[in-house]
Design a protein around this ligand. Sequence first.
Ligand code: CO8
Length: 300
Amino acid sequence: LCTPGVLSLCCRPPAWDRATRPPSRPLQPPGLPLAPCRSFSNNKIQVELDESSGVAMMKFKSPPVNSLSLEFLTEFSISLEKLENNRACRGVIITSAVPKIFSSGLDITEMCGKSMEHYAEFWRAVQELWLRIYGSNMVTVAAVNGSSPAGGCLVAMSCDYRIMAENPKFSIGLNEAQLGIVAPFWFKDTFVNVVGQRIAERSLQLGSLHPAPEALKLGLVDELVPEEKLMEKAAAVMAQWLALPDHARQLTKTMMRKAVLDRLVAHREEDIKNFVTFISKESIQKSLRMYMEMLKKRKS
Ligand code: CO8
């Protein structure tokens, strides 16, 4: 997954190479208690790495709905980069600290009434994040503990495994069509790779949001568990994936995902231009404004 200049930050040496190198930190002196947990917290995301298991927990904490603003996307990418470059980290569980919401997707206010330059910067950040998660060397498990429309669904779909809380009120899907916008080809490619062409075609055209039990039937999530068991299950799944040799798993992941990643990398600038042209259209701006008004009305 190491496309020069684009995924450079994902290009840490593969684990089989790392295993032969000296440890990056001196070994703990005997008799001292281990200090396996490292955490870093930004404004919108909290990350805790358990160095003894090699598993990081990443929690979105941007109320009310964990919308993916430019700031959020930037923090998210930087957090992944830090973990990716940390030899002690082999896997990450992604979840939310906001009750009932995993992520409400891209922050619509970033796509409304802003300059062309802003749209371009925003879209580059969305691309960057997807390239990082979808192309990550780490094992990535999404513990979807709330609703997860559009960009939120993309984040979950880009992980290696998805576990969702068994609550029919939580839904997940690519609902862009409902907003009057069109999911770009790499959202679609990711979706097709998870659920297959037919389900993706129907679900995308209808902009469907699937309640958790339906998402399981469609294969959009891998399993449902009671909400209180979600983290325990995520840890068990992670342990199962980490039991395999990293190099075999990573090379297999690369084989499965490379074509889709390469497609965006090859058309990145064109994709940004398309987005900026599309989103700047008055008709699209109007659709987004109406959608935001609908969200507010529904509330009152
Ligand atoms: N962006 C910005 N603000 C949002 C978003 C969002 N995605 N979602 C919700 N909000 C705001 C609401 O407007 C509301 O604001 P305020 O308090 O000022 O009125 C606040 O967050 C709380 O929202 P709700 O009251 O609706 O909270 P609920 O807990 O009742 O519901 C939901 C949470 C289910 C997440 C609900 O808010 C919802 O359905 N939101 C819309 C989600 C959505 O449709 N997202 C799609 C975003 S587009 C995207 O991700 C991909 C775009 C690809 C672009 C391609 C173009 C070419």
